[in-house]
Write a protein that binds this ligand. Structure first.
Ligand code: GLU
Length: 368
């Protein structure tokens, strides 16, 4: 059977909407502070793949880290503050420096940028999610380069997306991107030698097997903020939605052009051949789940094998508190989750009707 996934790098050139994540290390100059020369070279590279003029050949979205790093440098702090409000204040200062630097770099080549700061709330709430998506489309229509970061000034630890590898995967899903590129200080994902040292760069990772996921913990595999672990989680989200991903070194001049010309650099994770529909992507990866529904083997087969909806008769257990319309995980009898879904009934209702056939269920719920 023909593998129509993006395993052949030659196909990358036809991808149109590209999300690029840039880590703090890449953005930081050797002596500290923002790496302005690097930023300018990157802006030129981004403009080269975008194409000049008001109608872009490609849409480019940046997910830029570096607010806290830039804030520390601007405020002459030698370390990130340990306390949350202080760290948030540093992010507030640093985000301004960061965007000023990006605006300057793109302005010098006739492009303008638009800042979007998001939190987990916008990913969880369907309406806000769609609003963010519409804003992105409008920015593209105006020819702007959207630059996104987490709104570190308000997201507290419990409510945080947490790292920009994960944020960039959410953005790739939100924007219905064709490719996610994570720029880091490594040449890509590296094999780990039996003695624990870092081995060869892996060019293509066709499947995210347990062995591949284990490489994330490999000694010396990364020095960047999120580490390889969050990058591989991002790969799971992106490729699971049908969006290919590349991890590559931000230090390589013209890295974006090079990736899109099909050069064998970095590590390519080809997406699943099926593009998941936008709403399904949101349910599968973006919205938080509020509970778990345990189902029997028959219901599991109907959902996984035939893509059917879950009926009350197949429900064996309900965990957590949720309302109609909330997202939940669906798990088999062994407790391992295998799907996510939006429920039509609350957890209280499902606890009453679990195991019932439709007529009994209608009676039990008072005829609704
Ligand atoms: N949002 C953080 C910042 O701008 C970065 C998070 C990350 O790099 O993963 O400093």
């Amino acid at each position: 059977m023909k593998d129509d996934r993006m395993t052949d790098r030659g196909q990358l050139s036809r991808l149109r909407r590209i999300v690029v994540k840039i880590g703090t290390n890449t953005l930081t100059a050797p002596g500290g502070g923002i790496a302005h020369d690097w930023m300018q070279a990157f802006a030129n590279d981004a403009a080269a793949i975008r194409g000049s003029g008001s109608v872009a050949a490609r849409d480019v979205i940046l997910v830029s880290s570096g607010a806290i790093g830039a804030g520390c440098s601007r405020m002459k702090l030698t370390a990130r503050p340990a306390l949350v409000p202080e760290r948030q204040a540093v992010a507030a200062v640093g985000q301004v420096s960061l965007m000023r630097a990006w605006e300057r770099a793109f302005d010098s080549i006739g492009l303008f940028v638009g800042q979007m700061l998001l939190t987990k709330d916008e990913l969880n709430d369907r309406l806000q999610y769609l609003n963010a998506r519409n804003t992105l489309s409008a920015l593209f229509n105006y020819g702007a380069i959207p630059i996104i970061n987490e709104n570190d000034t308000v997201s507290t630890d419990e409510l945080k997306i947490g790292d920009n590898d994960t944020l960039s995967a959410h953005i790739a899903l939100l924007a219905d991107a064709d490719l996610l590129i994570l720029l880091t200080d490594q040449e890509g994902l590296g094999d780990v030698n039996p003695d624990g040292s870092l081995g060869e760069r892996i060019s293509v990772v066709p499947e995210l097997t347990n062995e591949v996921m284990a490489l994330a913990g490999g000694k010396g595999s990364t020095f960047s903020v999120g580490g390889m672990g969050t990058k591989l989680q991002a790969a799971r989200m992106a490729t699971g939605s049908g969006i290919p991903m590349v991890i590559a070194s931000g230090q390589r001049p013209g890295v974006l052009e090079s990736i899109l010309s099909g050069d064998d650099i970095g590590t390519l994770f080809p997406g699943n051949s099926q593009r998941l529909a936008a709403r399904k992507r949101w349910i599968a990866f973006s919205v938080d789940s509020s509970g778990v529904i345990i189902v029997d083997d028959g219901a599991r087969d109907a959902i996984v094998g035939k893509g059917k909806s879950l009926l009350a008769v197949g429900i064996r257990g309900v965990e957590g508190e949720f309302a109609s319309g909330d997202a939940v995980m669906i798990a088999g009898l062994d407790g391992t989750p295998f799907a996510r879904a939006l429920v039509n009934y609350s957890s209280d209702e499902l606890k009453i009707v679990k195991g019932m056939k439709k007529p009994a269920m209608i009676d039990a719920l008072g005829g609704n």
